[in-house]
Design a protein around this ligand. Sequence first.
Ligand SMILES: NC(=O)c1ccc[n+]([C@@H]2O[C@H](COP(=O)([O-])OP(=O)(O)OC[C@H]3O[C@@H](n4cnc5c(N)ncnc54)[C@H](OP(=O)(O)O)[C@@H]3O)[C@@H](O)[C@H]2O)c1
Length: 276
Amino acid sequence: MHLQSTKRLANGVEMPWFGLGVYKMTDRDETIAAITQALQVGYRAVDTAALYYNEAEVGEAIRHSGVPREEIFVTTKVWNSDQGYDNTLRAFETSLKKLDMDYIDLYLTHWPVADKFVDTYRAIERLYDEKLIRVPGVSNHHQHHLEQLLGKANIAPVVNQIEVHPYLSQQSLRAFCEEHNIAVTAWSPLGRGGVLTDETILALATKYGKTPAQIVLRWHLQHNILVIPKSVTPHRIKENAQIFDFELTNQDMQTLDALNQNKRFGKNPDNFKFDF
Ligand SMILES: NC(=O)c1ccc[n+]([C@@H]2O[C@H](COP(=O)([O-])OP(=O)(O)OC[C@H]3O[C@@H](n4cnc5c(N)ncnc54)[C@H](OP(=O)(O)O)[C@@H]3O)[C@@H](O)[C@H]2O)c1
């Protein structure tokens, strides 16, 4: 496995295991510099969202990178205030224009807005039928949200992007996704940096001669979880990608699993306030 290795998704599309998250990249030049450097280092996936207000910068950095568009896997998401069938189709048009692209690789419902997420996903299915997206997916869906969709969808969501890190291992939701051939991408794979001072993780970092972030990202990969760590810091963009030259033992994987405390750094989809 290497930085550009891909996972074959349920619909046959190849998705890079590793990508750059761009949430909270609000400074135009810094955003373009981070994506440009990531692509130079060898990243081949970028995860944005309408909410991040940087789709235009993502498109610009990709166009100027010299890497062909079709070699880069671009994810974006429909924001909560734009959900429902017609609104989602309109929101998609806006995202496509901002990115200045002909298609998007993966389009996600950002959060399961009650009473709307099923219609939102129906619109995503239509975009897939029209070949405007290569992969239909969702984010922040618990098992009960997925069950509702699976009961109605023509094409099951191919990806569920959820918060996962050693303090929130999401074992049962991951097992449900695996059973239904839904790939799991971890958002906040580093717990927004909040797990990197954990003593157990620091000890493993010393043992392997790696950094805490590398230990955590490797734990995700060995659990078949796709990752999209965010950084605007040049040495970290490089560091985070250097996880393909070592392997955690089964025992150390279990030690990391035991750190789970069901602790969220983000919101719980079941009590998220959707009204903004
Ligand atoms: N679907 C959703 O609802 C959802 C929600 C949240 C996030 N996401 C996606 O997931 C991506 C990643 O999540 P995230 O941005 O919340 O958190 P994250 O990737 O877990 O952590 C990012 C934070 O960790 C720092 N960091 C990165 N690499 C590091 C390293 N090697 N050593 C020490 N610190 C490091 C970054 O700082 P610097 O940038 O200053 O280096 C930043 O403060 C987002 O960018 C976004 O694309 C999706």
